[in-house]
Design a protein around this ligand. Structure first.
Ligand code: HEC
Length: 205
């Protein structure tokens, strides 16, 4: 008889190992529970190991299933919000008023929709003066040392402008974060958090 079924009863007593008196059934249940907890714990441990293993984007791209940067779906397969409105009209309407809906925008006139953001936004660092101007279709980021100047169209503005707004532009297919951001607390441009506060060594973006 396995130890966990052992019942210390007088010989000849009726024995029902699964539904015995208090002592053996407690023993049985306790052992079963300990076993169950051990199995669950190891299963959970394995699951957590599998889940917590960080994967690089390259690894993600090799796995099955959807991943934002996979790009396996052609752009025209994305139906957009309008396709949801026929059934979820209320959600589509109220979503527009959420902070999330204004967390990023294409770098156009919406960037200057708030009354304290006036075009052009300007900033000076060392010998350089910077400017963000509202132009159509996209705003332009430019820098000048007084004689020469460089300019790039902006693609995106990130941040609703409640605490700040940072701009993103593209050069040779690579996205860059602007070294300057707009801060409503000072109603002006200043260095983007994490960017060097010293003036750039040369006139470039
Ligand atoms: C033809 C009608 C129809 C269209 C179009 C539609 N849905 Fe739905 N959707 C439904 C129904 C019905 C439900 C189930 C609602 C429920 O169970 O309460 C649902 C549920 C959902 C849910 C789950 C909500 C929850 O609380 O669990 C999400 C998320 C959702 N839809 C997103 C979308 C998105 C995004 C689009 C557009 C790309 C879309 N739907 C287009 C009819 C539609």
């Amino acid at each position: 008889m396995p130890e966990f079924l052992h019942s210390e009863r007088a010989p000849g007593a009726r024995t029902n190992y699964l539904f015995e008196g208090p002592e053996s059934s407690v023993k049985l249940r306790a052992s079963f529970l300990v076993g169950l907890i051990a199995v669950c714990a190891s299963a959970r441990y394995l699951a957590s190991q599998a889940k917590s293993k960080p994967m690089s984007t390259d690894e993600r791209l090799l796995t099955r299933g959807w991943w934002p940067t996979k790009g396996s779906e052609p752009r025209d397969r994305y139906v957009g919000t309008a396709a949801c409105a026929s059934c979820h009209a209320h959600i589509v309407e109220t979503q527009k008023t959420t902070p999330m809906a204004h967390a990023s925008m294409t770098a156009n006139s919406e960037m200057f929709a708030k009354s304290d953001v006036r075009s052009p936004l300007t900033f000076r660092a060392g010998a350089y003066s910077y400017k963000i101007s509202q132009t159509t279709p996209r705003s332009v980021y430019s820098a000048s040392d007084g004689t020469q100047s460089v300019a790039t169209p902006l693609d995106w503005a990130f941040g609703s402008g409640h605490f700040g707004q940072t701009y993103v532009y593209q050069q040779n297919g690579i996205f860059y974060e602007s070294n300057l951001s707009y801060y409503p607390a000072i109603q002006a441009l200043d260095f983007t958090t994490g960017h060097s506060r010293s003036a750039a060594p040369s006139l470039s973006f």
